[in-house]
Design a protein around this ligand. Structure first.
Ligand code: ATP
Ligand code: MG
Length: 436
């Protein structure tokens, strides 16, 4: 007798169960129901790849006080125009959230608030409100019945998250979870959730500056190389569709010791300025102070300058900083550091219309970096006239579609195309930037 597949006994411990739904040909499945819906907060939608996908679970992780609650309250209020939104506040009282909502202008009749820390009570609220979007602030402060573990511990938050995942998938309920991380990103919580959820967003920014950035660490429905830029102020977060210009000082005349570069945040080019001050030191071990840049990078560039360009800073205090609190960790910033230090040491200024892009190698060579065309196009759009780029990286940059409002106002656009000059090593870059 031939055995049928259904008649075959499953392996030990595996019992045949009826499937939740029958398998269908892929052509019979309607993909439109899973397409992203914009939240209305453009900079957030940009990172999400257009908006929130129905049924997706998004983790928004960030350090304390960075503005997670503010961002989600604003997004929730905007999304509530399309359908009910339920905001579960497990850290603050509903009245405190209302105060913030008034301050940032995030109120609407379809935005429901509940101060709750229990999973079962949370589910009852979902049942009553039937929201399209569920916001949980934060996942660490929700506890699940029947899970015998410390609140906020990995076991507890995993249990809470998997219950919320199941809810999101079964009811096609878009869910956003807030997760706290510490400065070194070390807390087990959000890290342990990264593989469970569909989208992981990191929200960060300098505590002393108003700029906030949202980046996608993982996105099952969109790219991960987009960043959303916001400014955090008294009235909440304001999207910055054109953030280039924030990280360069707006002075009229050139000052020795500064150099502008173009960094890539995801696929977004941003102009950034490196400022340096080199002064004779009276200390036995001269000071080395960096802010916004890695001190190891600055040390390496200084050593290259000493050995390959005869610029010795061993008896000088060296201060190196970025403008506007931006952190530059890309190797492409090396050339700007080298030129700014050389400019400060020689007390000669680099013309303010110059940008420098490139990694500096230990042999003093200027090495290629990615996205040169995009970087140069951004510098051109912002009105820069000369780009120093690594040898072999030149070529025609992409045309700039529209000038920034700043440049339009100054009436400098359409300007002559930016001049691209290839530099093979630091020494020739210094000559090109300082004119001799
Ligand atoms: N009245 C106010 N005026 C201006 N800025 C304010 C005001 N109240 C709060 N802020 C700013 O909003 C930020 C806090 O935002 P928010 O509470 O959204 O952060 P969070 O990431 O949710 O913090 P937490 O980790 O504590 O939950 C603060 O850092 C503060 O700078
Ligand atoms: Mg908060």
């Amino acid at each position: 007798m031939a055995t049928t597949l259904a008649g075959t006994l499953p392996g030990p411990g595996i019992l045949p169960v009826r499937p939740v739904s029958a398998a269908q040909p892929i052509t019979a499945i309607n993909g439109d129901t899973a397409s992203a819906r914009p939240t209305g907060l453009d900079e957030l939608d940009r990172v999400l790849g257009g908006g929130l996908v129905p049924g997706a679970v998004v983790l928004l992780a960030g350090e304390p006080g960075v503005g997670k609650s503010t961002l989600l309250l604003e997004a929730g209020a905007l999304a509530s125009e399309a359908g009910p939104v339920l905001y579960i506040t497990a850290e603050e009282s509903a009245a405190q959230v209302r105060l913030r909502a008034d301050r940032v202008g995030a109120v609407g009749p379809n935005l429901y608030l509940a101060a709750e820390t229990e999973m079962s009570a949370l589910l009852a609220h979902v049942e009553a409100v039937r929201p399209q979007l569920l916001i949980i602030d934060s996942v660490q402060t929700i506890s699940a019945d029947g899970v015998d573990a410390a609140p906020g511990g990995v076991t507890q938050i995993r249990a809470v998250t998997s219950a919320l995942m199941a809810l999101a998938k079964s009811q096609s309920l878009t869910t956003v979870l807030v997760g706290h991380v510490t400065k070194d990103g070390s807390i087990a919580g959000p890290r342990a959730l990264e593989h469970m959820v569909d989208v992981v967003l990191y929200f960060d920014g300098d505590r002393h500056a108003q700029l906030r950035m949202v980046r996608a660490q993982k996105n099952r429905f969109g790219p991960t190389d987009e960043v959303g830029c916001f400014e955090l102020g008294e009235y909440g977060l304001i999207g910055l569709p054109d953030p280039s210009g924030l990280f360069i000082s707006q002075r009229g005349e050139a000052v020795p010791g500064t150099c502008v570069t173009v960094t890539l945040e995801g696929r977004r080019p941003l102009l950034a300025e490196v400022q340096t001050l080199v002064a004779p030191s009276s200390l036995e071990i001269p000071r080395r102070v960096t802010s916004g840049l890695e001190s190891a990078r600055v040390g390496m560039v200084s050593a290259v300058l000493a050995r390959r360009a005869d610029i010795n800073l061993a008896k000088h205090d060296v201060y190196v900083a970025t403008v506007g609190g931006v952190r530059l960790s890309e190797p492409s910033v090396d050339l700007a550091i080298a030129l700014a230090l050389a400019s400060s040491a020689a007390n000669l200024s680099i013309p303010p219309s110059v940008v420098a892009i490139g990694e500096v190698g230990l042999a003093g060579e200027v090495r290629r970096v990615g996205g040169i065309a995009r970087r140069v196009a951004e510098a051109e759009r912002m009105g820069f006239r000369l780009a120093l780029v690594p040898a072999g990286a030149g070529g025609i940059p992409e045309a700039s579609p529209n000038p920034s409002p700043d440049v339009q106002m100054r009436g400098t656009w359409p300007a002559a195309p930016i001049e691209i000059r290839e530099v093979a090593d630091v020494k020739s870059a210094i000559a090109a930037a300082l004119g001799g």
